[in-house]
Write a protein that binds this ligand. Structure first.
Ligand SMILES: *[C@@H]1O[C@H](CO)[C@@H](O)[C@H](O)[C@H]1NC(C)=O
Ligand SMILES: *[C@@H]1O[C@H](CO)[C@@H](O)[C@H](O)[C@H]1NC(C)=O
Ligand SMILES: *[C@@H]1O[C@H](CO)[C@@H](O)[C@H](O)[C@H]1NC(C)=O
Ligand SMILES: *[C@@H]1O[C@H](CO)[C@@H](O)[C@H](O)[C@H]1NC(C)=O
Ligand SMILES: *[C@@H]1O[C@H](CO)[C@@H](O)[C@H](O)[C@H]1NC(C)=O
Ligand SMILES: *[C@@H]1O[C@H](CO)[C@@H](O)[C@H](O)[C@H]1NC(C)=O
Ligand SMILES: *[C@@H]1O[C@H](CO)[C@@H](O)[C@H](O)[C@H]1NC(C)=O
Ligand SMILES: *[C@@H]1O[C@H](CO)[C@@H](O)[C@H](O)[C@H]1NC(C)=O
Length: 503
């Protein structure tokens, strides 16, 4: 049983148990009853006060007849595809958002796209990625498998998951279907969401050598949106948006790239898509004018502001015996390899650094509990670029209250302006530019331990406070959370920023 309290042996320095409930079952029951009464009357009150900005009738985007699965009691991969029935897809069903739209004047229409653009891709989850079977990852609205941590108490829906790092498009979609600012009337909408699972599609076609075939669905998507009149024509698509869970590079194959290949298609270069706004986990720093960076999904997916506050308290109070930590694997070549070798070297030589060598110990590095344990025991977390500029781990470290140490501006500063403070030194440290390290033959390197030691503990506390305050907006709330959840999450920030940009 994943959700059972007491199963996970959390180390003493990192204990995810945050249930405020007493352990005696009798008291627990009465307290729950009281809480339930309190919350239901409270939500009735709120709903009678606030005029919802959406009408109530909801239809699910893709009409699929797949059976929802419960995922709290089984971790085995590939589950749900036996017997020829693909139980891999959580039908969102008929979500009835509770609560009101808190963003003034916002009204978002979600296109009901043909299922080949989204849910059909999930049904083919065994073929979405050439390296792994994504069937266990696309369940739970893209949140994947619940973590076996004590904070996932058996009495409540789990809020800790291990999502696939490129699943943002599916999670975002599920949040939007249930979003209180959603409207079913396009005439009343001022934003239009096109829920294409472009990232899943891209990775499923990465090996296709016939470029026409590889791009086909993206081209059809562009044609489809242009046909949505009069809505598209009103502003030539400027009020339309899309969300992609992979980096922009995966959708910007240059025309001339016929020989060298790493799988991308041309989605982001299509004229219709260039007129839209596109949320991506990594934008192209110079050519991505219509691209807006959104956080990678991390592990925490709360329903309520109280759950957020519990976590913030835990993070703020965590004891951090290590000055810094590095969690990473080696890379074969290029800037990423050079910087990673350097960081691994310095970390292993410092007695104040906690090293998780993912080349040696891949299973620890892919265990979210282990990753969070290390990050919550460290004041600073070294964050070199990943395979591209950005790295999901940056968001894991912010979630754990560990101050990121960055080596490229494109790892965060030029990416997530909607989410992170403009003053980069208020929450992060920039030691040297990784590119320079290569071009200057290493002369730009500094001793990381020395540099981080220079930052006084008062300053560290101050920065950590900034990071802890950022946690809610860097978090994807659970897609089933109510509109009155009491905090702004990734999706809320994306929508209100976009509204300001478009109008
Ligand atoms: C989310 O809500 C849908 C119905 O809107 C329901 O079918 C599903 O089980 C819920 N999922 C969770 C994890 O609560
Ligand atoms: C709300 O939207 C309408 C139509 O889109 C616009 O005319 C009006 O000025 C907006 N009001 C505010 C306060 O932004
Ligand atoms: C699943 O993938 C196979 C092989 O690529 C394809 O023939 C089939 O049409 C796909 N099914 C769906 C529902 O997309
Ligand atoms: C490439 O794919 C397209 C679209 O699926 C198809 O029409 C065309 O015949 C294919 N070309 C080759 C050389 O196979
Ligand atoms: C994109 O917008 C421009 C004007 O901003 C318009 O001329 C063009 O037709 C639009 N493209 C599409 C495909 O709608
Ligand atoms: C990390 O692990 C790899 C593989 O075991 C090993 O070759 C390398 O030396 C390790 N690096 C450090 C700094 O310990
Ligand atoms: C940025 O933040 C740092 C640390 O919080 C502070 O010392 C500095 O004055 C700030 N700079 C600006 C321009 O606000
Ligand atoms: C780096 O070192 C190589 C040989 O070791 C040398 O040829 C090159 O000029 C150096 N580059 C810089 C920028 O110092």
């Amino acid at each position: 049983m994943v959700a059972a309290a007491g199963v996970a042996e959390a180390p003493t320095s990192f204990n995810l148990r945050n249930s405020p409930l007493p352990s005696n079952p009798k008291y627990r029951f009465f307290l729950l009853l009281l809480l339930l009464l309190f919350f239901s009357s409270w939500s009735i009150l709120i709903r009678s006060l606030g005029r919802p900005c959406v009408n109530r009738r909801r239809t699910f985007v893709a009409k699929t007849n797949v059976v929802a699965v419960t995922t709290t009691d089984d971790h085995s991969h590939g589950r749900g595809i036996d017997g020829g029935v693909m139980n891999i897809y959580d039908k969102v069903g008929d979500p009835k958002p509770t609560g009101r739209c808190h963003v003034r004047n916002m009204s978002v229409y979600v296109y009901d796209l043909p299922s080949k653009f989204n849910s059909d891709l999930l049904r083919n989850c065994t073929r979405l990625n050439r390296y792994r079977n994504l069937c266990p990852d696309v369940v739970n609205h893209g949140l994947g498998q619940p973590l076996s941590v004590e904070a996932n108490t058996p009495t409540k829906e789990p809020i800790w998951f291990a999502p696939y790092q490129f699943a943002a498009e599916e999670i975002f979609h599920a949040r939007m279907l249930n979003h209180p600012c959603r409207t079913n009337d396009p005439a009343r909408a001022n934003l239009f969401y096109v829920p294409f699972y472009g990232g899943f599609h891209m990775s499923s076609m990465g090996r296709e050598t016939n470029y026409t075939a590889r791009d086909e669905l993206a081209v059809q998507l562009a044609e489809h949106v242009e046909q949505q009149q009069p809505w598209w024509g009103r502003r030539n698509g400027k009020d339309h948006f899309m969300v992609l869970g992979r980096t922009a590079w995966d959708f910007m194959r240059p025309d001339h790239r016929q020989a060298v290949d790493y799988g991308p298609n041309t989605l982001l270069t299509l004229p219709a898509v260039r007129n839209m706004s596109v949320f991506v986990v990594e934008r192209h720093p110079s050519e991505g004018n219509n691209q807006l960076g959104i956080p990678y999904p991390s592990y925490f997916h709360p329903y309520t502001v109280d759950q957020v506050r519990d976590w913030q308290r835990k993070v703020a109070g965590s004891s951090r015996p290590y000055l810094f930590s590095y969690i990473g694997a080696r890379r074969k070549e290029g800037v990423a390899a050079a910087i990673r070798d350097e960081l691994m070297q310095q970390c292993s030589e410092s007695e104040h650094c906690m090293l998780l060598n993912c080349t040696a110990d891949a299973s620890k590095c892919s265990d979210p509990k282990e990753v969070l344990r290390v990050m919550m025991a460290s004041r600073f977390c070294l964050q070199p670029r990943g395979d591209s500029f950005t790295r999901r781990s940056v968001f894991d470290s912010l979630l754990a209250g560990c101050l990121p140490v960055l080596f490229s501006r494109h790892t965060a500063y030029t990416q997530y302006q909607m989410y992170l403070p403009e003053n980069t030194t208020s929450y992060s440290v920039f030691l040297w530019e990784d590119e320079k390290m290569i071009s200057d033959n290493g002369s730009r390197k500094v001793n990381i331990e020395d540099e981080l030691m220079k930052i006084g503990s008062g300053k560290v506390e101050e920065m950590r406070k900034v990071v802890v305050d950022l946690i809610p907006r860097l978090t994807f709330a659970h897609p089933n959370a109510s509109g009155d959840k009491g905090f702004e999450d990734v999706v809320d920030v994306a929508l209100s920023s976009l509204l300001r940009l478009v109008y």
